[in-house]
Design a protein around this ligand. Structure first.
Ligand SMILES: *[C@@H]1O[C@H](CO)[C@@H](O)[C@H](O)[C@H]1NC(C)=O
Ligand SMILES: *[C@@H]1O[C@H](CO)[C@@H](O)[C@H](O)[C@H]1NC(C)=O
Length: 464
């Protein structure tokens, strides 16, 4: 139909275009240049704290600078970060945070909206919903948006199947986050929303959960069952690098995360009034695939029509520059480091660097072996519980089963939450490493295991 009329006249063609989602968004892109409609809002979240997690807050600070330069106002950019990095005693450049080996400071000017104990899941939900009375502490800024507004949410940190961490308090469960997004949609207070999410297993936050009818487009750093990766890391005296080396004064940390720096650098580099979300998705996907072993698959969820929008709709426009980063080739052979291993590498490197026989060496050894013991304990107890419930051979199979794409991690989220709680009561905190086992608990729920069964199995596995 469209083909027949095409070329008849520009106006008719425009009209026909307007009848398709892609055409509509092209028209909107044209109108948007007048900058007359809709306020742009952004919520930026770094879900971790502590020096060895430098990279997450660096990613978020970089995102703030990008949006600020893009013309978003401080009153419309809401930042969640623990804020213990810039002035950390370990920071070789006090008061400064960088997100790229050649990068300059990205910390200056970042609003301190929700820091320390206020950087938590409940405030995150309240901010998205624009519900000031549900806030505890913080600046009080919320997404007070109207029906013509555009919202961009970006989260970076550790995650696990069906959940992402916050530095304080309980994790954000996928079911709760999607409920909040549904509520926001029902309140009719945005036109479109884009959600960028980096964490291990981040696809599981939206797969089978984020509807196509909410006017929300999301991309995630990985499939529901893949790790995400830290980059620009250096560990140890030999200055062993993962991704391009950070400056020499930065040791034992990563400056960024792979998905995060990929979209941030792509957005800095290209003309955002021209580049679409879809093009960005394709470009960062290529960069992150890294041929298998140390990459992940960037995924898209929700309303895919939205990805025909230009980036500037959400991030504001820029004067693209070609000096800030070295653009890695898409066949970048560099290695990156699994987010879950960064902490261990950090502790190992501290141990190696400490002088023989010193108290520091003993302390570093204690911390390293403790971290290893905790990991082994979590792995062992989850395995034992699985075997008690499903048999020695079948246990690991059931626990590691990944549901097909399009199906959520678990059907009964309350069951999952209670199983995690039961485990943690008997066996200790999962911590960010142990979050990977949440899929196992989800599969126990899916298999119809009862609370008393897992409680008995956990007690057996973990009581001394
Ligand atoms: C805002 O939060 C308060 C406190 O949690 C709650 O009672 C109220 O219903 C919320 N308002 C809306 C509009 O959701
Ligand atoms: C990456 O994968 C592609 C396609 O499988 C292959 O042609 C290419 O040689 C690989 N590159 C590297 C660096 O392994």
């Amino acid at each position: 139909m469209a083909r027949k009329i095409c070329g008849a006249s520009f106006l008719v063609a425009l009209f026909v275009l307007a009848c398709t989602a892609e055409g509509l968004s092209m028209l909107e892109n044209i109108v948007e240049d007048g900058n007359s409609i809709g306020t742009k809002w952004a919520v930026l979240v770094a879900g971790s704290n502590e020096w060895y997690n430098y990279r997450h807050q660096a990613d978020v600070c970089h995102a703030y600078q990008l949006l600020k330069k893009g013309g978003l106002k401080d009153e419309h950019i809401i930042v969640f970060m623990y804020d213990d990095i810039a002035n950390n005693p370990e920071n070789p450049r006090p008061g400064v945070i960088i997100n790229n080996p050649h990068g300059h400071d990205v910390y200056k000017g970042v609003p301190k909206d929700y820091t320390r104990e206020n950087c938590n899941a409940d405030n995150f939900y309240a901010v998205i919903l624009g519900n000031k009375s549900a806030l505890t502490g913080g600046s009080g800024k919320v997404v007070n948006s109207g029906p013509n507004d555009y919202i961009f949410i970006y989260y970076t940190d550790h995650g696990g199947p069906g959940q992402i961490a916050m530095p304080v308090g309980p994790a954000v469960f996928a079911s709760d986050l999607n409920d909040v997004l549904k509520k926001k949609h029902a309140s009719g207070t945005y036109k479109k929303m884009v959600f960028y999410l980096e964490a291990c297993e981040s696809g599981s936050m939206f797969d089978g959960l984020l509807g196509k009818d909410l006017k929300i487009y999301a991309t995630t750093a990985s499939k529901p069952n893949e790790n995400s990766w830290g980059t620009y890391c250096s560990f140890g005296d030999e200055h062993e690098c993962y991704g391009e080396c950070p400056p020499k004064d930065y040791k034992d940390i990563c400056l960024g995360d792979l998905y995060s720096v990929s979209w941030l650098e792509d957005s800095d580099l290209h003309d955002r009034r021209v580049e679409t979300l879809k093009k960005q998705y394709r470009q960062i996907r290529k960069r992150i695939l890294n041929n298998g072993t140390q990459g992940s698959h960037v995924m898209q969820y929700g309303d895919l029509h939205i990805h025909n929008d230009v980036l500037s709709r959400y991030m504001g426009s820029n004067s693209p520059k070609h000096t800030y980063t070295t653009t890695p080739s898409t066949n970048d052979p560099s290695r990156h480091v699994n987010q879950r291993d960064v902490h261990l590498l950090y502790l190992l490197s501290k141990f190696q660097a400490a002088p023989e026989g010193s108290n520091r060496k003993i302390e570093a050894y204690r911390k390293l072996s403790e971290a290893i013991t905790v990991r082994e304990h979590v792995d062992k107890s989850v395995t034992q519980i699985g075997q008690a419930l499903f048999g020695v051979e079948n246990g690991p199979v059931v626990l590691n089963t990944v549901r097909p794409a399009g199906q959520p991690l678990v059907d009964d989220w309350d069951c999952l939450k209670s199983f995690v709680k039961i485990f943690e009561t008997q066996c200790g905190s999962l911590s960010s490493y142990g979050r990977k086992h949440v899929r196992g608990f989800a599969n126990m729920c899916n298999a119809g295991i009862r609370r008393d069964q897992i409680a008995a199995a956990a007690k057996h596995a973990c009581s001394p």
